[in-house]
Design a protein. Sequence first.
Length: 282
Amino acid sequence: MVQKGEIAFAGTLVVILALFHAIQWPFSCTHIHEDQEGIATAHAVEHEHTAEAIRDRLAAEPPQSYLRDVVYGGIDGVISTFAIVSGVAGAHLAPGIVSILGGASLIADGFAMAAGNYLATTAERDEFRHAESVEHRHIDTFPEGEQEEVREILRRIGIPADLVDKAAASITADRDRWVRIMVRDEYGLPTTVRSPSRAASATFFAFLICGIVPLLPFIAGLGGSFWIAAGAAGVVFVSIGALKSRWSVRPWWQSGLMTLAVGGGAAGLAFAVGYWLRRLAG
């Protein structure tokens, strides 16, 4: 019969392996290129650069990234639940209390994080739509001034002076394109709006998946649960940080250690507070 300890270990291993696979995937995406001397070399390729591929890619709607929502939810999930683990361990309370407090926190905090991210992303969308409405109104009221703003934007990005008027006329001939450029360059807003529901879902599920890892040893009733949870949480911290490096200029180990330092610092603080409160209560 399968023991609870084996289930907890398997669950922890699945989460860690999933994160590790996500880290390794981009490094395996290579393209073999044969140089002028006939020597095959491997180069990392994110997308093709043929004329047809470029045309199709730029004609499509720009993809929306929910990376920050996943990272935000995952890191906060591990920190929140392991902080409870550390605090209870520091106070020398029963392991069952860790499971109860950690489980309640996992669900409640996960929903709270998702709700907060939903409202924040909705605010971003409203800000974008407000900027669009302002620009449409300005174009109707002060078209010459708005055209001059386009010309100034073109000058700032290095368009030659003799081509500015022609380029501005081409841009302002399409009202939607005109407004998108103004929203991006005048307001500094992205040209695509992310989905609040997808952002909230990404945060919630990342919080649950990563946050449950420090609780599994306590749920299974393993001996030395705290140290097993600490090791598993450390691996998840490093894995999340390494995963971020896929979209960062930092190497994976540096990003992983940075995340481990932040998460470990929060956990250490919670342990110290729990220990101090226990001493204070006698």
